[in-house]
Ligand binder design. Structure first.
Ligand SMILES: Nc1ncnc2c1ncn2[C@@H]1O[C@H](COP(=O)(O)OP(=O)(O)OP(=O)(O)O)[C@@H](O)[C@H]1O
Ligand SMILES: [Mg+2]
Length: 383
């Protein structure tokens, strides 16, 4: 018996299918490390839940660390604001630094923390939102100092901030970050620093509502996996420990997962269990995948229930109408017809569902669910 090499619900060990993102990251990394350049554009990979954002961001972090960069991770949206989170992450990750640089940096972090005012973030927030947009946010100077010092010390080469769930960041924190980046771009082209972030599809809207210079931010939608990438994600981890997927088993797994990374891990993992956690030399068969498919339904259903609970009555109505039309992408006019309303009246719930990452626009403006199997789940509710 061998433990499963798959990672349902956990950060993926490898990210097949993400070569374009990694290549672009590596290029930025080289600009930063080799040419000591400031990376003025903040890149945000955005996608619905379960598409592999966190896993991709973790790969960036690994690659940055390999090159001696201070690669600081924050998951936005906890009780403290973004800037305070970044400050405490930098402090944490520079504990092992020695001598003067550390003393200097930690003093600056202290000054920053005081100026953004922990723990009264909510209070600071409210005052900032009332300020005219052009006013520099509280703590921006201190934040810039921290970035400069953490990026260019004798302990490391450069600084990369990795921000997960950026759509959940506090407005004040986003403004400070955007201002600092704007300013450093103008003045600090030799500060080797960069920001890479990940967020839900509504990230652009949320960010645009609090900062003005959004052209500083490049959003990249993360797509579902191609069949080739899925095949690699399923076969390679097994092969590495001596287990082979039969071609028809693999084909069935691809049919079930349909390119959705979370489902890829779920079906592969469930099939692995159904095969009795195979030893080296064993194979995974179609039968195992069919059994696995039954078992994974329980996990998927939990996810579906959570999503359903998160939708308003109007949103549910739209999703029910979509589900009633089948599993494939559906025309907006057909959905409207099904609901007995005009196409125009769908635009609000449609936009909100796309923001939440439940549905997405397919080709020619058709709508489809982001997770395979959601339509079938909704139909069982309607019964
Ligand atoms: N390139 C990939 N190939 C195969 N599986 C992947 C890939 N990327 C991520 N996964 C798997 O998909 C699932 C979701 O990954 P991850 O948590 O990174 O997604 P996410 O977009 O951050 O999700 P959430 O929005 O819920 O935080 C995990 O089980 C992970 O192991
Ligand atoms: Mg994530």
């Amino acid at each position: 018996m061998q433990p499963s090499p798959y990672t349902p619900g956990e950060v993926a060990n490898t990210v097949p299918g993400r070569a374009p993102q990694i290549a672009e990251f590596d290029e930025r990394l080289s600009l930063l490390v080799d040419l000591h350049r400031f990376i003025g554009r903040i890149r945000v990979d955005r996608a619905p839940r379960g598409l592999g954002k966190t896993s991709l961001l973790r790969q960036y972090q690994i690659r940055a660390k390999e090159r001696g960069v201070l690669a600081v991770w924050v998951t936005a949206g906890e009780d403290v604001g973004l800037v305070a989170q970044i400050a405490s992450a930098i402090r944490q990750d520079t504990q092992t630094w020695r001598g003067e640089t550390r003393t200097k940096l930690h003093k600056m972090l202290e000054a920053l923390t005081v100026s953004v005012g922990i723990p009264g973030i909510a209070k600071v927030d409210a005052t900032i939102r009332r300020q005219p947009v052009e006013t520099a946010p509280v703590g921006v100077r201190e934040f810039e100092n921290v970035i400069r010092t953490a990026a260019g010390s004798d302990e490391n080469t450069g600084l990369i901030l990795l921000i997960d769930e950026i759509q959940a960041a506090d407005p004040a924190g986003l403004r400070t970050l955007a201002y600092a980046w704007q300013h450093l771009q103008a003045e600090g082209a030799d500060v080797p620093a960069a920001v890479f972030a990940a967020g839900l599809p509504d990230a652009p809207g949320k960010i645009a509502s609090v900062v003005t210079f959004t052209e500083r931010i490049a959003y990249r939608p993360l797509q579902i996996l191609t069949p080739d990438a899925e095949e690699i994600a399923i076969s390679v981890p097994a092969r590495k420990i001596g287990v082979t997927w039969q071609p028809d088993a693999l084909h069935e797994a691809l049919e079930i997962a349909r390119g959705y990374p979370y489902s890829v891990q779920l079906i592969a993992d469930a099939s692995w269990s159904a095969a009795g956690r195979p030893d080296p030399g064993a194979t995974i068969t179609l039968d195992h995948v069919r059994h696995g498919g039954e078992a994974m339904k329980v996990d998927l259903e939990a996810l579906f229930r959570a999503r359903w609970a998160n939708a308003t009555p109007q949103e549910r109505e739209l999703m029910s109408a979509m589900a009633a039309l089948g599993d494939a992408a559906v025309k907006r006019s057909d959905v409207a017809h099904q609901m007995n309303v005009t196409t125009a009246s769908l635009s609000m719930p449609r936009a909100r569902l796309i923001d939440k990452g439940f549905i997405q626009a397919a080709e020619r403006g058709e709508l489809e669910f982001t997770i395979p199997g959601f339509a079938a789940f909704i139909r069982t509710l309607d019964d």
